[in-house]
Design a protein around this ligand. Structure first.
Ligand code: PMP
Length: 285
């Protein structure tokens, strides 16, 4: 049985409890992060901690722990659960006031809630990374602050189900004719040696993996262009791929039933995946 962390305590997962009045549960009033673990070490903890701080700040929510404490909790969970490879899920909500009310509770009276748990998963040798994934396109009907990593995940979750129903692996969301991002990842296409991905704004999550992969691509003398692209342009590209903390880099081989490039995982996507994993193993702590 897993040990999880809830509001200052390490508990067996079946003994960990959150109040029915918790605003995360009632109103999706919460933020989260997922940090991957390779060889029992944390990949880019600093990046995730910084983005968490920003998400909290944007929602005027207090953190119940310092960044140092957060790191210690992550490490403790990896150790007690003997996690070699997988992810650590972290969630902070605006706590559990006495009653349900749309107005925020006074943070002096209602402290934020915090939960962390581990999930074991095969990351480096995920089969989908070798085979490539298929995506469908769906309309992006999410709210306008997608840069904040909130637990409001109903639409992305519905998007995954739409993909599943269509026999695909995932969905890319489209707004005003251009791809924003995948349901739980950032989206890219490759033309020649140029990597194209949507520019940062409130329209997409600022992926921690995205930042690392773009930096590594530039270091490897690849060209990077940050701009939007349409589904038609993606279908006609040489390659396509996604990035996220738990998928790293994964090639996209089909978009709305049409093959991308040769229909096989692209060379650049696979090379970026290799470099990213290599660097992550080296820098993980
Ligand atoms: N976009 C969305 C909508 C996501 O949910 C995620 C993963 N949480 C990402 C992009 C990728 O972000 P990261 O590389 O930080 O995991």
């Amino acid at each position: 049985m897993r040990t999880v962390y809830v509001n200052g305590e390490y508990l067996p997962e079946n003994e960990a409890k959150i109040s029915v009045f918790d605003r995360g549960f009632l109103m999706a009033d919460g933020v989260y992060e997922v940090t991957s673990v390779l060889d029992g070490k944390l990949v880019d903890f600093e990046g995730h901690a910084k983005r968490l701080e920003r998400s909290l700040h944007e929602l005027d929510m207090a953190s119940p722990v310092t960044t140092d404490e957060l790191l210690a909790i992550h490490r403790e969970l990896v150790q007690v659960n003997q996690l070699d490879e997988g992810g650590i899920y972290l969630q902070i909500t605006r706590g559990a006031p006495a009653d349900r009310d749309f107005a925020f509770p006074d943070p002096e009276e209602t402290p934020s809630s915090i939960v962390l748990f581990t999930q074991a998963k095969n990351l480096a040798n995920a089969p989908s990374a070798q085979a490539g994934i298929s995506v469908i396109s769906i309309e992006d009907i999410r709210w306008g602050r997608r840069d904040i990593k909130t637990v409001q995940l109903l639409y992305p979750s519905m998007g995954k189900m739409m993909a599943k129903k269509a026999g695909a692996d995932d969905a890319w969301m489209v707004e005003d004719g251009q791809v924003t991002e995948g349901t739980s990842n950032n989206a890219y296409i490759v033309k020649g040696r140029k990597i194209i991905t949507r520019q940062l704004s409130n329209d997409i999550l600022h992926g921690i993996t995205r930042a690392a992969v773009l930096r590594l691509a530039k270091e490897a003398q690849m060209e990077v262009e940050e701009r939007g692209f349409s589904i038609e342009e993606a279908q006609g590209a040489d390659e396509a791929f996604i990035t996220s903390a738990t998928t790293f880099v994964q090639p996209v081989v089909t978009i709305d039933g049409s093959s991308v490039g040769t229909g096989q995982p692209g060379k650049i996507a696979l090379r970026l995946r290799e470099i990213y994993i290599e660097e992550s193993r080296k820098k993980a702590l």
